[in-house]
Design a protein around this ligand. Structure first.
Ligand code: NAI
Length: 338
């Protein structure tokens, strides 16, 4: 019998296993699962793998990649779009190609960003607890009409475009910033590209949809927040390190920032996707953020819809299968993309 191409998936949850097993229609692929995140210390778990499959909180740095190479791993398959957690240069040096799922459901993430905006604006998270406790008072729950307000969108790729469609439906004005502005799209969508400073100055809601790169790391810092409208709502479904958390905390304390919806957090790897409710929280910054009644933190769940999970599993398995069969690199991430 022909030997099957073996994938070892790291950082998996029961829902990953379920969607990958359900979508693995290929006879030549076999999948094993680990719950632990891949890193340099546990890279030995990749022994016997032809491909490793990783997600946003696996640490695929140079040391890990050298370990993967030593164990004969031939492919790194990301089951996500972002690839900031992979040292692409090291992967190239070690001759291990990297593939990803460039788009699985931009709607899933865009709709989650809208859920955060609306919940924060209309204080749904606070109203939920009040009414359960027999408190039907409205004080402190005052919101604003989205209609006619201005949203500043940083990055105008797939997710941002899905979001812009929804926000235009609310009757919002859109100011956008992108390293590579697409004027034709802007005309068609009825939005305006501006400088980051203009976007900060004029937006009632700011939502981040650019990748994490050296240029965007901590782009929302003290200086950026100082330029923003008082009471701005900041939404981050991009990557945690787009925001310097200390600066956000200060902005919330001095009321420049009216509310923040965070689906990602710069030190999320230690907490997100795990039930840590029986432990004392030792991350003071996360604890402080969670203490604000105008901050909602979700656990990197923007992608978490049925449709997206199926698309992730199918595209990842297609990426691996075509590589196993023919060596073709579909959805490859190249070094110069960083
Ligand atoms: P995309 O690649 O379609 O769009 C990214 C856009 O950002 C592009 O238009 C690009 O030109 C722009 N960009 C690049 N560098 C920039 C810079 N320095 N300043 C401003 N814009 C810049 O990506 P997509 O699919 O829209 O995803 C965006 C990000 O969302 C991903 O990189 C990932 O980090 C995050 N994401 C979060 C998820 C979640 O579950 N919360 C799920 C999927 C993605």
């Amino acid at each position: 019998m022909e030997r099957k191409f073996r994938i070892i998936c790291f950082g998996t949850q029961p829902y990953d296993r379920e969607s990958f097993d359900r979508n693995n229609t290929y006879d030549n692929l076999t999948i094993d699962y680990h719950t632990s995140h891949l890193n340099a210390r546990n890279v030995a778990l990749a022994e016997g793998a032809d491909a490793v499959c990783v997600f946003v909180n696996d640490t695929v740095d140079a040391e890990t990649i050298e370990g993967l190479a030593a164990h004969g791993v031939k492919l790194i398959a990301l089951r996500c779009a972002g690839f900031n957690n992979v040292d692409l240069q090291a992967a190239e040096r070690c001759g291990i190609p990297v593939v990803r799922v460039p788009a699985y459901s931009p709607h899933a993430v865009a709709e989650h960003a809208v859920a955060l905006m609306l919940a924060l604006n209309r204080k749904v998270h606070r109203a939920y607890w009040r009414t359960r406790d027999g408190n039907f008072a409205l004080h402190g729950l005052l919101g604003f009409d989205m209609y006619g307000k201005t949203a500043g969108i940083v990055g105008t790729g797939k997710i941002a475009r899905a979001l812009i469609g929804i926000l235009r439906g609310f009757g919002m004005e859109i100011l956008a910033y992108d390293l590579y502005p697409d004027e034709e799209y802007a005309r068609a969508a009825g939005i305006r590209y501006v400088t980051l400073d203009e976007l900060y100055r004029n937006s009632d809601i700011i939502s981040l949809h650019c990748p994490l790169t050296d240029a965007t790391r901590y782009m929302i810092d003290e200086d950026a927040i100082s330029k923003m409208k008082r009471g701005v709502i900041i939404i981050n479904t991009g990557r945690g390190q787009l925001i310097r958390s200390e600066a956000l905390i200060e902005g919330l304390k001095n009321k420049t920032v009216g509310a923040a919806g965070l689906d990602v957090y710069e030190e999320e790897a230690a907490y997100f996707y795990e039930d840590t409710s029986d432990r004392v929280m030792d991350d003071d910054m996360l604890a402080r953020l969670l203490s604000f009644n105008n901050v909602i933190i979700t656990s990197h769940q923007g992608f978490f819809t049925r449709e997206a999970l199926d698309n992730i599993a199918r595209t990842t398995l297609d990426n691996v299968e075509v590589f196993a069969r023919s060596g073709e690199l579909r959805n490859r991430v190249c070094c110069d993309r960083k």
